[in-house]
Write a new protein. Structure first.
Length: 453
């Protein structure tokens, strides 16, 4: 049980610290914590018996430790069904009316707190028959809510599948062993929870580092990229200032030399080369600075179909020249709160990437669709695709798969990522070599954004 205790509390701490802004993550953290309290109660039982039998503690100390152990058991038996139903409600919040969402945990906690008013059960940790009256419905409703979750986007469907595989079996087994079997006189079966918990913990760790779990991996990636982008923003600002000053001096003295070299044609040609080089350097550093400077957003309510239509019209010459067939599907109701100019720039950048990925022609499909959780712009191409080992790096600053191309710094997708992050949305990329790439701009629901009418 020691491993179970450590594993559950480690999971609880990680979910809480790394993703504390996510209500579902916080409630799942409490589920794991309550499960760990049950394991701790079992560990304390062994310690108490061993210490008392060897005479290391007296009867008074044993009574105090028994009170502590009973508190751990109550936290497990009463807290687990409560926190699981709260988690399922927060995770599948679309099926619950908004006006009930915040009040639901307060309403659900009444029955668990009521159990504390009962006399202490003799010979058992809790009154199982009374507990079953509300705990079993809590578990059943929570499991139904978990299974009934519907996701629109492929990334969300995969994340839901991973979470369901990790959570559903272990909760079902714990529910059966700890709450159902004692009603039939079968006690102590909680000892067998160690195996499903171990499997669930392994799934959690593997998923965390490969796919993400309840957004934890995504949050870690965001923090790393945000730190890199802040450092680059500061560095390029200083670099831009320093180079502009030095280029100004070069231009000043080049002009002065040029005026005194009227008769020396060779020297004038050398001065021309120097001037051209300084202009090129100036344009390069300006381009880097523009893509890495701190974004100043001017959010407004925009119609995504109009935004996409305008960008496709603007890039029509490139698609025609590249023999690319364009397919567009619009949800006219899809809206978002975003910076129009910068979102247009980001979308244009992604569409241009798709066009460049199809030098021999192909198909470009752009979709706009909305839902309860927000709206999405999807850009899909039939180009060369991106290698699996590169897919997680494409949003890192200065990483590029277009080596050798002029004026390409690997900042386009980093800029798109930063923009969507600042706007409260997500940029998600899927790709397969030889098949193509899909880039999705996901905007949060307007209802989730405060101060928007």
């Amino acid at each position: 049980m020691l491993f179970v205790w450590i594993a559950l509390w480690f999971t609880s701490a990680l979910l809480l610290v790394a993703n504390r802004k996510n209500p579902a993550g916080r409630w799942l953290s409490l589920v794991s914590f309550c499960g760990g309290m049950g394991a701790l109660a079992s560990i304390l039982e062994g310690w108490i018996v061993s210490l008392f039998e060897t005479g290391q503690i007296d009867a008074a100390a044993e009574r105090l430790l028994r009170i502590l152990q009973r508190a751990c058991s109550w936290m497990s038996y009463y807290g687990l069904p409560y926190s699981f139903l709260c988690f399922a409600s927060a995770y599948n919040h679309e099926v619950i009316p908004t006006r009930f969402t915040k009040r639901l945990p307060l309403f659900l906690v009444i029955l668990p707190l009521g159990m504390l008013a009962l006399p202490i059960a003799k010979g058992y940790p809790v009154h199982f028959k009374i507990l079953a009256i509300w705990a079993i419905p809590y578990f059943v409703i929570g499991l139904v809510l978990l299974l009934a979750k519907r996701s629109v986007h492929p990334m969300e469907r995969r994340a839901h599948a991973i979470l369901t595989i990790a959570v559903f079996p272990v909760i079902l087994i714990a529910f059966t062993m700890n709450f159902v079997l004692p009603l039939f006189g079968v006690y102590g079966m909680w000892r067998y929870n160690v195996w499903p918990i171990t499997v669930a913990f392994i799934i959690f760790i593997v998923a965390l580092f490969n796919f993400g779990f309840l957004g934890v991996q995504l949050l870690i990636e965001r923090r790393q990229l945000n730190f890199s982008l802040r450092a680059i923003t500061s560095g390029t600002a200083m670099l831009n200032h320093a180079i502009k000053n030095d280029i100004g001096k070069i231009k000043l003295f080049s002009d002065k030399i040029n005026r005194t070299a009227e008769a020396n044609q060779e020297l004038r040609e050398d001065i021309r080369v120097i001037t051209s080089a300084t202009t090129h350097i100036e344009s390069l550093i300006r381009s880097v600075h523009e893509r890495t400077q701190e974004l100043r957003l001017q959010p407004e309510r925009i119609k995504l179909s109009s935004l996409v239509h305008e960008q496709l019209q603007a890039l029509e010459p490139q698609t025609i020249a590249g023999h690319i067939t364009v397919h567009a599907q619009y949800d006219e109701q899809a809206e978002a709160v975003a910076d129009l100019a910068q979102t247009s720039e980001a979308l244009s950048n992604v569409i241009l990437n798709a066009i460049e990925a199809m030098p021999a022609g192909g198909e470009l499909t752009v979709k706009v669709f909305g839902g309860k959780r927000g709206s999405t712009i999807e850009v899909r191409d039939t180009g060369s695709g991106i290698d699996k080992e590169h897919i997680k790096k494409v949003v890192e600053p200065f990483f590029t798969t277009k080596s050798g191309k002029a004026m390409n710094f690997g900042l386009g997708l980093a800029y798109c990522y930063q923009l969507m992050n600042r706007q409260g949305g997500e940029l998600r990329i899927q790709s397969q070599v030889g098949i193509g790439t899909v880039v999705r701009f996901h905007f949060p629901s307007i209802k989730q954004i405060k101060g928007v009418s």
